[in-house]
Design a binder for this molecule. Structure first.
Ligand code: AMP
Length: 211
Protein backbone atom coordinates (compact mmCIF):
# COMPACT_ATOMS: atom_id res chain seq x y z
CA UNK A 1 0.00 0.00 0.00
CA UNK A 2 1.43 3.38 -1.02
CA UNK A 3 -0.58 6.44 -0.01
CA UNK A 4 0.48 9.93 -1.12
CA UNK A 5 -0.41 12.86 1.14
CA UNK A 6 -0.71 15.85 -1.14
CA UNK A 7 -1.35 19.55 -0.59
CA UNK A 8 0.08 23.02 -0.24
CA UNK A 9 2.73 23.74 2.40
CA UNK A 10 0.90 24.18 5.69
CA UNK A 11 -2.09 22.05 4.67
CA UNK A 12 -1.41 19.72 7.62
CA UNK A 13 0.33 16.80 5.89
CA UNK A 14 3.08 16.65 8.53
CA UNK A 15 0.53 16.70 11.36
CA UNK A 16 -1.69 14.03 9.81
CA UNK A 17 1.04 11.70 8.54
CA UNK A 18 2.02 10.05 11.86
CA UNK A 19 -1.64 9.77 12.95
CA UNK A 20 -2.73 8.14 9.68
CA UNK A 21 0.38 5.94 9.58
CA UNK A 22 -0.32 4.66 13.11
CA UNK A 23 -3.94 3.92 12.18
CA UNK A 24 -2.92 2.12 8.98
CA UNK A 25 0.10 0.30 10.45
CA UNK A 26 2.62 1.57 7.88
CA UNK A 27 5.68 3.86 8.23
CA UNK A 28 5.87 7.40 6.86
CA UNK A 29 8.40 8.90 4.50
CA UNK A 30 8.56 12.69 4.84
CA UNK A 31 11.13 13.97 2.34
CA UNK A 32 11.27 17.39 4.03
CA UNK A 33 12.15 15.72 7.36
CA UNK A 34 14.81 13.56 5.65
CA UNK A 35 16.35 16.63 4.02
CA UNK A 36 16.31 18.73 7.22
CA UNK A 37 17.96 15.81 9.09
CA UNK A 38 20.63 15.65 6.35
CA UNK A 39 21.29 19.39 6.69
CA UNK A 40 21.61 19.04 10.47
CA UNK A 41 24.00 16.10 10.07
CA UNK A 42 26.08 18.08 7.56
CA UNK A 43 25.97 15.37 4.88
CA UNK A 44 26.52 15.91 1.16
CA UNK A 45 22.77 15.47 0.60
CA UNK A 46 22.12 18.22 3.14
CA UNK A 47 24.63 20.58 1.55
CA UNK A 48 23.06 19.99 -1.87
CA UNK A 49 19.51 20.60 -0.60
CA UNK A 50 19.98 23.56 1.76
CA UNK A 51 19.94 26.53 -0.61
CA UNK A 52 16.87 25.22 -2.48
CA UNK A 53 15.02 24.68 0.79
CA UNK A 54 15.90 28.05 2.35
CA UNK A 55 14.45 29.84 -0.70
CA UNK A 56 11.37 27.63 -0.74
CA UNK A 57 12.33 26.06 -4.07
CA UNK A 58 12.08 22.36 -4.80
CA UNK A 59 15.12 20.13 -4.42
CA UNK A 60 16.03 18.46 -7.78
CA UNK A 61 13.93 15.43 -8.74
CA UNK A 62 16.97 13.14 -9.00
CA UNK A 63 17.78 13.78 -5.31
CA UNK A 64 14.20 13.09 -4.24
CA UNK A 65 13.95 9.93 -6.36
CA UNK A 66 17.12 8.64 -4.68
CA UNK A 67 15.46 9.09 -1.28
CA UNK A 68 12.24 7.40 -2.47
CA UNK A 69 14.09 4.44 -3.96
CA UNK A 70 16.07 3.83 -0.80
CA UNK A 71 13.03 4.18 1.50
CA UNK A 72 10.78 1.85 -0.51
CA UNK A 73 13.44 -0.86 -0.56
CA UNK A 74 13.73 -0.92 3.26
CA UNK A 75 12.20 -3.94 5.03
CA UNK A 76 9.99 -1.69 7.18
CA UNK A 77 8.26 -0.49 4.00
CA UNK A 78 7.28 -4.05 3.02
CA UNK A 79 3.65 -3.50 4.11
CA UNK A 80 3.52 -0.11 2.45
CA UNK A 81 4.36 3.50 3.14
CA UNK A 82 2.64 6.83 3.63
CA UNK A 83 4.38 9.56 1.63
CA UNK A 84 4.35 13.03 3.18
CA UNK A 85 5.54 15.94 1.01
CA UNK A 86 6.41 13.75 -1.92
CA UNK A 87 5.20 13.57 -4.81
CA UNK A 88 5.70 17.24 -5.74
CA UNK A 89 6.41 17.16 -9.49
CA UNK A 90 5.23 15.11 -12.48
CA UNK A 91 8.74 13.59 -12.98
CA UNK A 92 8.61 12.47 -9.31
CA UNK A 93 5.20 10.82 -9.98
CA UNK A 94 6.64 9.04 -13.01
CA UNK A 95 9.79 7.99 -11.11
CA UNK A 96 7.82 6.72 -8.12
CA UNK A 97 5.53 4.69 -10.41
CA UNK A 98 8.59 3.06 -11.96
CA UNK A 99 10.28 2.26 -8.63
CA UNK A 100 6.99 0.94 -7.20
CA UNK A 101 6.38 -1.28 -10.26
CA UNK A 102 9.87 -2.76 -9.89
CA UNK A 103 8.94 -3.69 -6.32
CA UNK A 104 5.58 -5.12 -7.44
CA UNK A 105 3.49 -2.36 -5.90
CA UNK A 106 1.82 0.94 -6.85
CA UNK A 107 0.32 4.15 -5.50
CA UNK A 108 -3.15 3.19 -4.21
CA UNK A 109 -4.50 6.63 -3.38
CA UNK A 110 -3.64 10.31 -3.27
CA UNK A 111 -5.18 12.25 -0.38
CA UNK A 112 -5.27 15.90 -1.45
CA UNK A 113 -5.62 18.21 1.56
CA UNK A 114 -7.63 21.25 0.50
CA UNK A 115 -7.10 24.66 2.13
CA UNK A 116 -7.06 28.26 0.90
CA UNK A 117 -3.98 30.50 0.81
CA UNK A 118 -5.17 32.93 3.54
CA UNK A 119 -5.48 30.07 6.02
CA UNK A 120 -2.04 28.73 4.94
CA UNK A 121 -0.37 32.08 5.57
CA UNK A 122 -2.07 32.29 9.00
CA UNK A 123 -0.97 28.75 9.90
CA UNK A 124 2.63 29.08 8.73
CA UNK A 125 3.08 32.44 10.44
CA UNK A 126 2.48 30.71 13.78
CA UNK A 127 4.13 27.36 12.99
CA UNK A 128 7.11 26.08 14.93
CA UNK A 129 8.85 22.72 14.69
CA UNK A 130 10.84 20.57 17.10
CA UNK A 131 14.47 20.80 16.08
CA UNK A 132 15.05 17.23 17.30
CA UNK A 133 12.06 15.12 16.17
CA UNK A 134 10.54 17.61 13.67
CA UNK A 135 7.02 17.47 15.13
CA UNK A 136 5.15 20.57 13.87
CA UNK A 137 3.03 22.80 16.15
CA UNK A 138 0.93 25.88 15.48
CA UNK A 139 0.47 28.67 18.00
CA UNK A 140 3.34 27.64 20.31
CA UNK A 141 6.17 30.02 21.24
CA UNK A 142 9.63 29.37 19.76
CA UNK A 143 12.06 28.23 22.49
CA UNK A 144 9.48 26.13 24.37
CA UNK A 145 9.80 22.34 24.65
CA UNK A 146 8.39 19.66 22.36
CA UNK A 147 5.60 17.58 24.00
CA UNK A 148 6.94 14.39 22.41
CA UNK A 149 10.71 14.50 22.99
CA UNK A 150 11.51 17.64 25.02
CA UNK A 151 13.49 19.15 22.10
CA UNK A 152 13.43 22.89 21.44
CA UNK A 153 10.69 24.36 19.20
CA UNK A 154 12.09 26.62 16.48
CA UNK A 155 10.73 28.57 13.48
CA UNK A 156 11.53 27.10 10.07
CA UNK A 157 13.60 29.39 7.85
CA UNK A 158 11.26 28.62 4.93
CA UNK A 159 8.26 29.80 6.99
CA UNK A 160 9.42 33.42 6.60
CA UNK A 161 6.94 35.48 4.49
CA UNK A 162 9.11 35.66 1.35
CA UNK A 163 9.78 31.90 1.30
CA UNK A 164 6.09 31.17 1.99
CA UNK A 165 5.07 33.25 -1.05
CA UNK A 166 7.60 31.39 -3.17
CA UNK A 167 6.49 27.98 -1.86
CA UNK A 168 2.87 28.73 -2.77
CA UNK A 169 3.93 29.84 -6.27
CA UNK A 170 6.08 26.71 -6.64
CA UNK A 171 3.07 24.61 -5.59
CA UNK A 172 0.89 26.18 -8.30
CA UNK A 173 3.52 25.85 -11.00
CA UNK A 174 5.13 22.47 -10.29
CA UNK A 175 3.05 20.51 -7.80
CA UNK A 176 -0.63 21.11 -8.65
CA UNK A 177 -0.27 19.39 -12.10
CA UNK A 178 0.60 16.15 -10.28
CA UNK A 179 -3.08 15.70 -9.33
CA UNK A 180 -4.13 15.60 -12.99
CA UNK A 181 -1.32 13.17 -13.74
CA UNK A 182 -2.68 10.75 -11.12
CA UNK A 183 -6.27 11.18 -12.35
CA UNK A 184 -5.15 10.49 -15.92
CA UNK A 185 -3.32 7.37 -14.76
CA UNK A 186 -6.38 5.97 -12.98
CA UNK A 187 -5.16 6.49 -9.40
CA UNK A 188 -7.80 7.32 -6.79
CA UNK A 189 -7.54 11.02 -5.88
CA UNK A 190 -9.60 12.10 -2.86
CA UNK A 191 -9.93 15.75 -1.92
CA UNK A 192 -10.12 16.22 1.85
CA UNK A 193 -11.24 19.41 3.57
CA UNK A 194 -8.12 20.27 5.62
CA UNK A 195 -9.79 22.93 7.75
CA UNK A 196 -11.06 21.82 11.17
CA UNK A 197 -9.68 20.02 14.19
CA UNK A 198 -6.76 17.61 13.76
CA UNK A 199 -9.05 14.72 14.80
CA UNK A 200 -11.76 15.69 12.29
CA UNK A 201 -9.28 15.82 9.42
CA UNK A 202 -7.79 12.42 10.43
CA UNK A 203 -11.31 10.94 10.52
CA UNK A 204 -12.11 12.36 7.07
CA UNK A 205 -8.91 10.89 5.62
CA UNK A 206 -9.46 7.45 7.18
CA UNK A 207 -13.08 7.53 6.01
CA UNK A 208 -11.96 8.10 2.44
CA UNK A 209 -9.42 5.27 2.61
CA UNK A 210 -12.00 2.88 4.08
CA UNK A 211 -14.59 3.80 1.45
P1 AMP B 1 8.26 20.17 3.64
O1 AMP B 1 8.80 19.85 4.99
O2 AMP B 1 7.51 19.01 3.02
O3 AMP B 1 7.47 21.46 3.62
O4 AMP B 1 9.52 20.40 2.69
C1 AMP B 1 10.44 21.46 2.94
C2 AMP B 1 11.29 21.71 1.72
O5 AMP B 1 12.03 20.53 1.40
C3 AMP B 1 10.53 22.03 0.45
O6 AMP B 1 10.17 23.40 0.36
C4 AMP B 1 11.56 21.64 -0.62
O7 AMP B 1 12.60 22.59 -0.71
C5 AMP B 1 12.15 20.37 -0.01
N1 AMP B 1 11.38 19.18 -0.40
C6 AMP B 1 10.72 18.31 0.43
N2 AMP B 1 10.12 17.35 -0.27
C7 AMP B 1 10.40 17.59 -1.57
C8 AMP B 1 10.04 16.96 -2.80
N3 AMP B 1 9.27 15.87 -2.83
N4 AMP B 1 10.50 17.52 -3.95
C9 AMP B 1 11.30 18.60 -3.95
N5 AMP B 1 11.65 19.26 -2.85
C10 AMP B 1 11.22 18.76 -1.65
Amino acid sequence: MIIVLFGKPGAGKGTQAPLLAAALGVPTLATGDELRAAIKAGTELGREAKSFMDRGDLVPDAVILGIIKQALAEPRAAKGVLLDGVVRTVPQAEGLAKVAAELGTKVDAVLAFDIDDDEIVRRLASRVMCESCQTPYTGRAPGTACDKCGGTLVRRKDDEPEAIRNRLAVYDRQTRPVLDWYKQHGTKVAVIDAVGSVQDVTARALGVLAG
